[in-house]
Design a protein around this ligand. Structure first.
Ligand code: NOJ
Length: 574
């Protein structure tokens, strides 16, 4: 194993980062939509979790067709969320809590309301305005799309501009027609992103989570996608298109981005900036290595544990690859168990098929309909959380996981907003269920503390409805219960500071027999029992002989020495 202990440690290599889905976090105005001042009012809660940084989902001006992942202007703040002054105030107040702020950068596409795209629509074929995007003539008489590519969220990836005989070109939108793809080979596009980095770095942001890395960069000829097998789901077709996913052309973009970041850092000594790539490269460590070469991303999300079945072999696979990358290339994993695109962990791991190895998926949108036991899911979520808090690397938490929120599965169709739901005509529920506004207290008239009633109303009206009983998950409820999820997060965060981040950025999988998962990080040993029975750990095992239990995912269960409860994780330290 390479010695990573002597390498320079960056703050982000071991950071605890909290993802704020701005729209659903806290609403300070009573319009039913979360905002930046709402985040400012809840910084104490975030500090209580011991976080190092916030990652804000896109909060730029946007028509919100994909809730901010359709950016109309990269240099401002969406009016429902506040102003640039509010943003600056948030940064300053976060800094007082020792919390940095990461933004979300969306380079693959913008909104169809972006001024460049609006200009392209009225410009002539072949113009500069069109060359910043992918405008092409249709096939045949022009009435057929230029190729057979499908859009990530349903339908064709091409939209025809209009039906004029002298124009009628088509443009490419890898996700939806409201999100036209940039052509990053165009010099204007390259300069645009240099300006965006500098604008936000000048305001003090510490880095970016970079969105939709996989489809940025296309084969220059845009050839037809080869036929796909019947086993490929309708929403998967885009992600197996070899001409638009994980393209070599994308790496040119990331090299440009990294050189902009390095240049900025060089000119501003003392800044330690980070870019983390969002791409689903589950069980494909070679891809993570490609994207985290020293001239590209600092880190790439490791979604393997998030998408892993609750089962020893699968958990070990999900750990093994990131460990191998860490030891060979010194790239710290960016672990995550939840985000705004996937069913919440309590629901996922509570499913009757959650332990089956064949429930592995590389697609966060394919969801099993197995029966759900939320209590079981919560135990497993606690165990998974206790596991990742011990690991070397940074952890990305998603708002509400510290409250143990389940997925809301029964949002009425007419209240659903995710374009996936609408573009698949309801065949896929989409992601609204993990974006329901947070419950802060038990006051129903204020949407459980998320919002407040508008001037002419007696109760608040959040943008997505919260289910009855949401107050059971509220922060105030949890704080009265020392066995609650939030207390687990606070205590595991303390334990991490004490026992984990003090250890080297290294880890190895231990052989603790057929049932338990064991991980050693320096003096810390973590044991996960993903079976349905308590399992005795061999305290005579050479790795454990002098170790004592120091943390358990089950409240009050440091109990029988050497027995790991079912669906639990225990830390040992010497
Ligand atoms: C990934 C984001 O996480 C998701 O929410 C978004 O819809 C797509 N990229 C498109 O930007």
């Amino acid at each position: 194993m390479a010695d990573t202990t002597s390498l320079q440690r960056h703050w982000w290599q071991d950071a605890l980062i909290y993802q704020v889905y701005v729209r659903s976090f806290a609403d300070s105005t009573g319009n039913g939509v979360g905002d930046l001042n709402g985040i400012r009012s809840r910084l104490d809660h975030l500090a209580s979790l011991g976080i190092d940084a916030l990652w804000l989902n896109p909060c730029y001006p946007s028509p919100q067709r994909d809730h901010g992942y359709d950016v109309a202007d990269y240099f401002g703040i969406h009016d429902e969320y506040g102003t640039l002054d509010d943003f600056d105030a948030l940064l300053a107040e976060a800094e007082q809590h020792d919390i940095k702020v990461l933004m979300d950068l969306v380079p693959s596409h913008c909104s169809n309301e972006h001024e460049w795209f609006q200009a392209a629509l009225t410009a002539a074929p072949g113009s500069t305005e069109r060359a910043r995007f992918y405008f092409r003539d249709g096939k045949g008489d022009g009435s057929e799309p230029p190729n057979n590519w499908r859009a990530g969220f349903g339908g064709s990836a091409w939209t025809r501009v209009n039906d004029r005989a002298d124009d009628g070109q088509w443009y490419l939108g890898t996700f939806t027609p409201h999100q036209p793809d940039f052509d990053h080979t165009h010099p204007d596009v390259k300069q645009h992103f240099v300006d965006i980095f500098e604008f936000w770095f000048d305001r003090g942001v510490a880095g970016f989570r970079v969105d939709a890395v996989a489809p940025t960069g296309k084969h220059p000829d845009l050839p037809d996608q080869p036929p796909v097998g019947d086993d490929i789901g309708v929403l998967d077709i885009t992600w197996v298109n070899p001409y638009t996913v994980f393209r070599p052309e994308g790496h040119d973009v990331w090299r440009d981005f990294r050189s902009t970041v390095e240049k900025y850092q060089h000119q501003h000594p003392g800044r330690d900036l980070v870019m983390v790539a969002e791409a689903y490269a589950v069980r494909r460590p070679e891809l993570i290595k490609e994207f985290t070469q020293p001239d590209q991303f600092h880190q790439m999300f490791s979604f393997d544990l998030m998408l892993s079945p609750w089962e020893k072999g699968s958990i070990e696979v999900a750990l093994r690859d990131p460990f191998e990358i860490l030891h060979t290339t010194h790239v710290a994993p960016a672990w995550t168990l939840n985000n705004h695109d996937i069913q919440r962990i309590v629901t996922r791991l509570g499913k009757a098929d959650a332990h089956l190895p064949e429930s592995w998926t590389n697609n966060n949108l394919v969801l099993s309909n197995a029966a759900i036991d939320l209590e079981l899911g919560a135990r497993r979520a606690r165990a998974m959380t206790a596991l990742i808090f011990a690991l070397p690397g940074s952890l990305y938490l998603y708002q509400g996981e510290e409250l143990g929120l389940p997925e809301v599965l029964d949002i009425p169709s007419h209240r659903r907003e995710d374009p996936i739901f609408h573009l698949t005509e309801g065949a896929e529920l989409g992601r609204d269920g993990c974006r329901v506004p947070l419950p802060w207290n038990t006051d129903e008239s204020t949407s459980f503390g998320f919002s407040k009633p508008a001037a002419d109303a007696s109760v608040a009206d959040p943008w997505l409805p919260q289910p009855d009983g949401w107050g059971a998950y509220a922060l105030t409820t949890a704080e009265d219960d020392e066995t609650s999820m939030v207390e687990l997060y606070r205590s595991v965060s303390d334990a991490r500071a004490q026992f984990a981040v003090t250890q080297p950025l290294q880890a190895e999988i231990l052989d603790l027999g057929d049932e338990l998962v064991g991980v050693r990080r320096g003096d810390l040993i973590v044991v996960v029992n993903a079976t349905t029975q308590p399992v005795a750990v061999d305290l005579e095992h050479p790795e454990l002989a002098i170790a004592q239990p120091v943390f358990s995912s089950e409240p009050g269960e440091m109990h029988t020495p050497g027995v790991i409860p079912a669906n639990a994780t225990v830390w040992f330290s010497s």
